[in-house]
Design a binder for this molecule. Structure first.
Ligand code: SF4
Length: 317
């Protein structure tokens, strides 16, 4: 995950929940992709702080560092070496066909794509394969990147000998939470988020801006929950009341303001233990930095082993 600062509930639903479940059954590597942050923004002044903020969110959400390794990409130099080697195995035409790149260029209005941005999936392949990742927990938009990783792994193995597994994407069943404005994606740049760290008051305020069924103009108008964003949030954060809400919305017994406030209180209650833990880590920053340094040592040990195998297979000495 790129370090863009504090995380929002879309990250929780799309990634963190899945990671926390996976740590029961798998050995997990959680990479703070700080080099990737530079592909679309050269300003590096906030990367360190944003990385720590994101690590705090991960820890507060339940990433258990006794089971999972948490580390910053830039602190494990082997990422750049494997990226360079993999760069020889993929054509620019293949990277130009990457649909995610096309989306980013359009959404961010990028006029000139830099080489590092074009090669972003190759660095991602290095991120995954350095740890011989078998499953990659990603959102749907990242599936094409995993496909490029699979191609690179196959090409390397064919050319030099078997070093890498062919990884599979692992999607969550509720992979994407729409933004408060109805946009398909929740993102800070669109200002359509609820942050994991938001207080109950902030969540209520943000929820009041959520789009609902446009045909339900007055409280007693019958509504269509299937087109309502707030109803989508209820399904995720308030599953016990979903049936009743659907019925009352359709009959006109429930108004949107009450429905939104109810949803806000359920989201807030879900995030309450998270906020408490976050508060703890915010007040123990040296502990967070120590966790990162420890993770980086463990990640580096695995990465060094993989690079040594790669060099041996390639007869690089
Ligand atoms: S009552 Fe609730 S579910 Fe129905 S349209 Fe309003 S906010 Fe959406």
């Amino acid at each position: 995950m790129r370090p863009t600062g504090k995380l929002h509930i879309g990250h929780w639903v799309g990634a963190l929940e899945n990671w926390i479940l996976l740590q029961k059954d798998f050995e997990n590597f959680h990479l703070i992709a700080d080099y990737h942050a530079l592909t679309t923004n050269l300003d590096s002044s906030n990367i360190e702080n944003n990385s720590v903020e994101m690590a705090i969110d991960w820890l507060a959400a339940g990433i258990d560092t006794s089971k999972s390794i948490v580390f910053r990409q830039s602190q494990v130099k082997e990422h750049t070496e494997l990226f360079l080697i993999f760069s020889m195995l993929v054509t620019t035409a293949r990277l130009e066909r990457n649909p995610t790149l096309k989306d980013q260029v359009r959404d961010l209005n990028i006029e000139n794509v830099v080489y590092g941005h074009l090669g972003y999936p190759v660095l991602q392949a290095a991120d995954i394969l350095l740890y011989k990742g078998e499953l990659v927990p990603v959102g749907e938009d990242q599936v094409p990147h995993v496909e490029i990783t699979r191609e690179i792994a196959r090409d390397f193995n064919r050319q030099y000998g078997n070093v890498f597994p062919i990884p599979e994407p692992k999607l969550t069943s509720f992979a994407r939470l729409p933004g408060l404005n109805g946009d398909a994606k929740m993102s800070k740049s669109m200002n359509n988020t609820i942050l994991l760290s938001d207080t109950e008051g902030e969540i209520s305020k943000r929820m009041r801006t959520a789009v609902t069924d446009p045909q339900k103009l007055r409280k007693n108008d019958p509504g269509h929950p299937e087109v309502c964003l707030v109803f989508t949030y209820h399904k995720k954060f308030n599953s016990n009341e979903v049936e009743q809400i659907e019925k009352d919305c359709r009959s006109g017994a429930l108004g949107c303001v009450d429905c939104k406030l109810n949803c806000a209180s359920k989201i807030s209650a879900t995030l309450s233990p998270f906020r408490e833990k976050r508060n703890y880590y915010e007040n123990h920053l040296s502990e967070v930095r120590e966790i990162l340094i420890e993770g980086e040592k463990k990640a580096q040990a695995v990465a060094a082993q993989t690079i040594s195998e790669v060099r041996e297979m390639m007869r690089l000495g």
